[in-house]
Design a protein around this ligand. Structure first.
Ligand code: NCD
Length: 309
């Protein structure tokens, strides 16, 4: 089995390792059906969250418990941990690494997980570093695309919404760049366009992409529409930009009507008003709740691959 240690950024994976993770994740669907396993018996995972989370933290914690491991946690670490007394991230990590066999870290600063990994003797998993990356989300996104569409090469995908501040779309671009015949459409309000660093990366990896302002037209061309929330918490003193960005691209009945029968709608969640719930949720092409559930299997696979002896 390939060795996995820190998970800091999506670029670190290669196709072979991705295939292996997805195969283990599929096994984990069976493990959950059969009420879990004991392979991580008495191993301890710490979840250290400096930003809000529901899915990421609970799915990691559920994953650890379903494999027989234990969980220690501090949510709102900004407020409830020694950070409130002025402790640096590095010191916190040095301490927690003495109490846990693995640390899942969510932080408000881009690069925080890399810094943590430089001082940590135990594996660090980046569960979102500010506007930087969210690699385990991208893994579950890719797993979902493979399960729903049946392939990862030869795909057309639209990324919609806050592409400047959304870390999930950034990580997803890095992962998609590992595959062949990928076409990416970026559909974003002008104030939150996809960053030049990602565009340069896609160019270097010969991934075909284009920016569009016509969601309805793009909806006719793609296999996946990946909608995102306008990341209000990243706008700071620019509330006017937030107001301008929100509500520009909404998935509703008229977008569903443009989509082909096999095309799916994904969203990392939470959503605010960028999907019209009552028009879209009951359509079988709405894949976002299935996507969130896949997070459990993928995170179980990662924990098993990192921690099982
Ligand atoms: C995302 C995140 O935290 O980046 N949520 C998640 O982990 N599923 C997306 C978001 O907050 O909009």
């Amino acid at each position: 089995m390939a060795r996995l240690f820190h998970i800091v950024e999506a670029q670190q994976f290669d196709r072979e390792l991705l295939g292996e993770i997805f195969a283990v994740a599929q096994e984990m669907e069976q493990v959950v059906q059969h009420y879990g396993s004991n392979i991580l018996n008495r191993r301890v995972m710490a979840t250290l969250f400096y930003e809000p989370s529901t899915r990421t933290r609970l799915s990691f914690e559920s994953a650890m418990r379903r494999l027989g491991g234990e969980v220690i946690t501090t949510e709102s670490a900004q407020e409830f941990s020694s950070v409130a007394k002025g402790e640096t991230l590095e010191d916190t990590i040095r301490i927690v690494s003495g109490y846990a066999d693995l640390i899942v870290l969510r932080h408000n600063e881009s690069g925080a997980s890399r810094r943590a990994s430089e001082v940590s003797p135990v594996p660090i998993i980046n569960a979102g570093d500010g506007p930087g990356q969210h690699p385990t989300q991208a893994l579950l996104d890719l797993y979902t695309i493979n399960r729903e569409i049946g392939r990862l090469d030869n795909l057309a995908i639209a990324m919609v919404g806050d592409l400047a501040n959304g870390r999930t779309v950034r990580s997803l671009c890095y992962l998609l760049a590992k595959y062949k015949d990928i076409k990416v459409y970026f559909v974003a309000p002008p104030v939150v366009r996809m960053g030049d660093d990602i565009k340069a990366y896609l160019k270097r990896h010969k991934i075909n992409f284009e920016e569009s302002d016509n969601l309805h037209q793009v909806a006719t061309q793609v296999d996946v529409i990946y909608q995102t929330r306008i990341q209000r918490e990243r706008f700071g003193d620019r509330p006017a930009d937030y107001e301008q960005a929100r509500g520009k691209y909404i998935i509703d009945r008229s977008v569903l009507d443009c989509m082909r029968a096999h095309t799916i709608i994904m969203h990392p969640l939470p959503r605010v008003d960028e999907i019209k719930r009552e028009e879209v949720d009951t359509d079988p092409r709405a894949a976002y709740f299935r996507q969130a559930h896949n997070g459990l299997y993928v995170r179980m696979a990662l924990l098993k691959m990192i921690l099982a002896r």
